[in-house]
Design a protein around this ligand. Structure first.
Ligand code: NAD
Ligand code: MG
Ligand code: MG
Ligand code: MG
Ligand code: MG
Length: 346
């Protein structure tokens, strides 16, 4: 365990895990998308007995077999398994769970990579089953790429239900086997993981940053600046700035830009993201905490995703996408830097 003097909580590392807590088990990885392909391949390379669970019609079936893995239907995979890792999309997990419930036995483990369905009561696992979470804090292709490079991806660990007394040691060994304990495994709860993950992706990472980029781009273009200029300023440079913060914190970024940029950024940043934006963020968090967001998202799926589809298409059709695509065509090397996720084929 890391020196707890340095952190507010313990962070588990390779030394804290015993690989035998997972190498003596069979793991069913349900789904072969972003997280599924990475967990399955990393577990397999770490000497864990893995079976991938997919529908017969899934195009991922051949891909998983081509990667050297055993593949079966979700029910067959769950029947063989001691640990069932639920890595199908959050919206289909309740129906997949209903299909495999009879195949899971007391003493088995149902494991998640995100707490949504447990926290908001969409899955209520049957008695006698351990319920855990290992949630890598990164897209799946990096979980795989880091593992292959001998590096790791930080992850969160949570135990919702411990019927066997072994839930935590098993989850930690799973985290080690997919490479996460090389980086660090933080213990949390399903509630904390779910609410902080939803808030982060809505307010800051996915929602916040895209809205900031679009608002900046539109402000420049509406004032007569060229779309190409606006794209470079508001979108292309974003990566360079974020890379500096990722490497060395806010300070490294401020040290790397000009004093003019530092002064202007420090003064005007809080004018743009002002008290009103913080109040909006608080309301976003309130909707996550009181279940309003979850209820709306579940209803949206039941209705066939009308609002999701409309917003999805509007976003793809924003002018910045067209300008960006043409400009990125000028530097083909950008393609190779950003390794693509495997296609989400069904
Ligand atoms: P995904 O959409 O990339 O892949 C899901 C896979 O599930 C598909 O490739 C398909 O093979 C399979 N699938 C779909 N419907 C199925 C069904 N009915 N039966 C069997 N298989 C089916 O999913 P993902 O993004 O890897 O998400 C999996 C879990 O990991 C979610 O709980 C998500 O919240 C969590 N998570 C994702 C990320 C990420 O970066 N993508 C990060 C952390 C946690
Ligand atoms: Mg079993
Ligand atoms: Mg178990
Ligand atoms: Mg998320
Ligand atoms: Mg500048």
């Amino acid at each position: 365990m890391t020196d707890t003097d340095d952190f507010t909580q313990p962070i588990y590392r390779d030394d804290d895990a015993d690989e035998r807590d997972i190498t003596n088990k069979t793991v069913a990885v349900l789904g072969y998308g972003s997280q599924g392909h990475a967990h399955a391949q990393n577990l397999d390379d770490s000497g864990v007995d893995v079976v991938v669970g997919l529908r017969k019609s899934s195009a991922s079936w051949d891909a998983a077999e081509a990667d050297g893995l055993d593949v079966a239907t979700p029910v067959e995979a769950a029947e063989q398994a001691d640990v069932v890792s639920m890595l199908v999309p959050d919206t289909v997990q309740p129906s997949v769970y209903a299909d495999i419930e009879d195949a899971i036995q007391p003493g088995d483990t149902l494991q998640f990579a995100h707490g949504f369905n447990i926290h908001y009561g969409q899955i209520d696992p049957k008695p006698g089953v351990d319920v855990t979470m290992i949630a890598p804090k990164s897209p799946g292709h990096l979980v795989r790429r880091n593992y292959e490079a001998g590096e790791g991806t930080p992850a969160l660990l949570a135990v919702h239900r411990d019927e066997t007394g072994e839930a935590k040691s098993e989850a930690l060994a799973y985290a080690q086997a997919i490479g996460c304990a090389r980086a660090g495994v933080l213990e949390t709860t399903f509630q904390e993981e779910t609410e902080s993950d939803l808030f982060g992706e809505q307010a800051v990472l996915c929602g916040g940053v895209t809205s900031l980029i679009k608002a900046g781009y539109e402000t420049l273009v509406e004032n007569g600046y060229s779309p190409e200029m606006a794209y470079f300023e508001c979108m292309n440079e974003m990566k360079l700035i974020v890379d500096l913060m990722y490497e060395g914190g806010l300070g490294e970024m401020w040290d790397s830009v000009s004093d003019t940029a530092e002064y202007g950024g420090l003064v005007e940043g809080d004018e743009v993201v002002d008290e009103h934006v913080r109040e909006n963020m608080q309301e976003t968090l309130d909707r996550v905490q009181n279940g309003e967001f979850a209820t709306r998202w579940i209803a949206e799926n039941q209705a066939g995703r009308p609002s999701f589809n409309q917003r999805h298409h509007a976003e793809r059709n924003h002018e910045i996408e067209d300008v960006g695509e043409r400009l990125r065509g000028l530097f083909a090397w950008a393609e190779q830097e950003t390794e693509r996720e495997p296609e989400k084929t069904e």
